[in-house]
Design a protein around this ligand. Structure first.
Ligand SMILES: [Zn+2]
Length: 77
């Protein structure tokens, strides 16, 4: 008799998150900056940024620059 054997639920571990599918660092940094900037009154004014906005913007530029440098320096051959 083979009854009483617990069979594990096949493939029942929720939606699989494909490895490697995530926003790039640049997009994430840019998203953080724009998300802040659209909500912050200090950042809505043209050519004005609050400290947080300034920091987020700088972080975005930094990540962006790094990514470009990596692309350029990462060519095969
Ligand atoms: Zn701000």
């Amino acid at each position: 008799m083979d009854e009483g054997r617990d069979t594990p639920d096949p493939g029942g571990s929720g939606p699989a998150v494909a490895a490697g599918v995530r926003l790039s660092e640049v997009q994430e940094a840019y998203g953080r900056y724009t998300e802040h900037a659209t909500r912050c009154w200090g950042c809505r004014a043209i050519d004005e940024r609050c400290d947080t906005g300034e920091r987020l913007h700088r972080a975005y530029r930094q990540v962006d620059e790094d990514a470009r440098r990596r692309l350029i320096g990462d060519q095969p051959g």
